[in-house]
Design a protein around this ligand. Sequence first.
Ligand code: NAD
Length: 351
Amino acid sequence: MSYIDKIFSNRKKILVTGGAGFIGSALIRKLLKYSSLIILNIDKLSYASDLFSINKLLDDKNIAKRYKFLKIDLYNFKEIRKALFDFEPDLVFHLAAESHVDKSILDPSIFIKSNIVGTFNLLQSSLEFYETLSDIKKKFFRFHHISTDEVFGSIEDDKLFHEKSSYDPRSPYSASKASSDHLVRAWSHTYDLPVILTNCSNNFGPWQFPEKLIPKAITNALRGTKIPLYGDGLNVRDWLYVDDHVEALLLSANKGTIGESYCIGNNNEKTNKEVLFEICNILDELKPAKGSYFNLIKEVKDRPGHDRRYAINPQKIQNQLNWIPKYNFRHGLEKTIKWYIDNHSWWESKK
Ligand code: NAD
């Protein structure tokens, strides 16, 4: 029995929403490769989605028979409710969301539909399903909502976000995620739906759509085009390698206390400038070009309302659930850059 099967013990059927996205697909790959769990992946398949990384595992018949994908938009209550009742999950990992802050500034409406109404539809369907369960099934059912540290707004230099930090979202994206967190807590408090919430810092790793800071910088550098640096480049984020996030999700969904939230971060605070410098450094070593990659970095106009600093205190999940991240920033970044170097055709197809 694998360590994942042991953690999940009485939970066998797992519904993942947003499983064609960056973090959701990393979670599903892990579950398919290292457990015997049965997975239903629900995703609307947006521009940011990619099923290739999962589909290439399905040549293995033992994996293929444990996996199903349904193309559903969570905005469609009827479809999501039917899928949930047909599948009868023991646990729901809710990752589906529109996730790019810049896009939320240009067109917020889709963020309201997917992140707020979509979460409501999934919560309400899950509650209706939960109420049909036997007492023993109810005991093990969990709804795990995956959220972000951006809901807490920007924080001063000497402070860290923690589970009791007050909400202060400042972009349409973070406001929509904050709304969904509030809905999830309300469904727990009012209707006793057994929920777990996690708020994680910025992720990076393979298969991330090249619109986000790190993959955009790597792919632009590999093309020899400008690497954009917002404003003065001094905005700080706490970076976490995606596999460490996945391990934190497996633990918190199964071992977390019902109704509680866990902040996930790695004390890897970096300014955007430091991130780009580190990327150029590694690329200069791994794939030397005519000139240094540093010459490609160009300051561009800052994002409106750009939060200055996010930083997490991860003590609760570390102490209570014994979560230990494996990757420091440099190690995770090297792995990520090597992956983008080796998977040129994938990211070239995402232009
Ligand atoms: P992503 O954009 O790569 O993937 C999101 C997936 O959700 C996409 O495949 C998309 O098609 C799907 N989706 C969006 N709206 C949907 C809808 N209405 N119905 C069905 N599917 C829908 O995002 P990601 O980086 O993998 O993030 C996953 C989750 O983790 C999000 O909820 C995000 O808020 C959260 N999160 C992300 C980070 C990060 O740094 N990427 C950090 C903390 C938390």
